[in-house]
Design a protein around this ligand. Structure first.
Ligand SMILES: CCCC(=O)SCCNC(=O)CCNC(=O)[C@H](O)C(C)(C)COP(=O)(O)OP(=O)(O)OC[C@H]1O[C@@H](n2cnc3c(N)ncnc32)[C@H](O)[C@@H]1OP(=O)(O)O
Length: 310
């Protein structure tokens, strides 16, 4: 048993190094770095010129965090400072070693109405637009890659960039009466926060073309039908109080986050590598991640309890 534990420990340290190598290869989970002419400080400074709202993060004992897009007077549109705050919150999630899951929601019963159109008007030149888009692609790609199982809880409307944000989670739950709509075409745009690439992977190219080409409003029923939504939550009567939908989402997510944090995080990592890497590389990464749980506490406990899976 002692030898087994030592072997597990050795494997865990070598596989941590492998995971760190993987993240380094992916520029710490980012798509763009200085190699691509991306200057994070320069664009963050430009974005801070457009303040308003907040992005709040609540890390809970249960291992499930709640990330709230909070600008109700603008239907939770992203101001420039909120884009920078989103990136900071993602960094906090990346360094939360006890975390298992995260729910992304909007404040006051609606998800997110995309970019703050006031900021969009002020930075309507293509150079700055592309820099903002690189910044948001980095932040949302890192969000999707955190070793936590993530769910977008869509209440009310998810429009434009808000629909793109919803695709940057592993799952989407839609509250009754909610809608996800890629309204970009109506704005003379296409998605730029990575939403089109992610949408194709979620619903397939043909459905993505219909949703983007027709700027279709996806209600919960259509969402379930095409695989954009993973579940529908009934919005309670107002007297049942705010927060009930969030509780429902937490309970839905807990079916996947039950268990030891290292195991849940390893589950996300093997799926992430399978989703993103070429097969040979995904297989090697899976072997490395396997090494982090083999002989680990949860594994030894399960062996000692002679668990049956009837
Ligand atoms: C690459 C990213 C691409 C993008 O995200 S482009 C942006 C896409 N989003 C939009 O075009 C949203 C436009 N807004 C709307 O369609 C409607 O406001 C919406 C969200 C359906 C809500 O409709 P209603 O419930 O009737 O409420 P309302 O229109 O009176 O809105 C309440 C207040 O919120 C504001 N608001 C909503 N979305 C916003 C946005 N994206 N940027 C800036 N302000 C926004 C709206 O202007 C209104 O403010 P105010 O009360 O008039 O001062």
């Amino acid at each position: 048993m002692v030898l087994g534990a030592m072997r597990g420990q050795l494997l865990r340290s070598s596989s941590c190094a492998a995971w760190a190598r993987l993240l380094r290869r992916q520029s710490r989970g980012c798509v763009y770095s200085s190699v691509h002419g991306f200057n994070r400080e320069e664009i963050a400074k430009k974005l801070q010129v457009f303040p308003g709202g907040a992005v709040d993060l609540l890390k809970q004992e249960s291992g499930i965090a709640v990330l709230t897009i909070n600008y109700p007077s603008r239907m939770n549109a992203f101001s420039g400072s909120m884009m920078v705050e989103l990136e900071e919150r993602v960094s906090q999630l990346e360094s939360w070693v006890d975390g298992k899951g995260v729910i992304v929601q909007g404040a006051a019963g609606t998800f997110c109405s995309g970019s703050d159109l006031n900021a969009v008007r002020a930075i309507s030149n293509p150079q700055d637009g592309v820099k903002m888009c690189m910044f948001m692609q980095n932040a949302l790609t890192r969000l999707l890659r955190v070793p936590l199982i993530s769910v977008a809880l869509v209440e009310g409307r998810a429009l434009g960039g808000g629909a793109e944000l919803a695709t940057a989670c592993d799952f989407r739950l839609m509250a009754s009466g909610s809608a996800i709509q890629f309204v970009h075409k109506h704005m003379g745009l296409v998605p730029g926060w990575g939403g089109a690439a992610r949408l194709c992977r979620i619903v397939g190219g043909r459905n993505a073309l219909k949703l983007l080409g027709g700027a279709l409003k996806v209600d919960p029923e259509l969402g379930l039908q095409i695989g954009l939504a993973d579940g529908v939550l009934e919005v309670p009567q107002p007297e049942e109080g705010a927060g009930v939908v969030l509780q429902q989402a937490e309970s839905w997510l807990s079916q996947y986050t039950k268990g030891a944090a290292p195991v849940i995080r390893a589950v996300k990592k093997v799926v992430l590598s399978g989703r993103e890497l070429p097969l040979s590389e995904a297989l090697r990464t899976e072997k490395d991640i396997f090494g982090t749980v083999w002989g680990g506490q949860a594994n030894l406990q399960a062996l000692a309890s002679k668990a049956k899976h009837r």
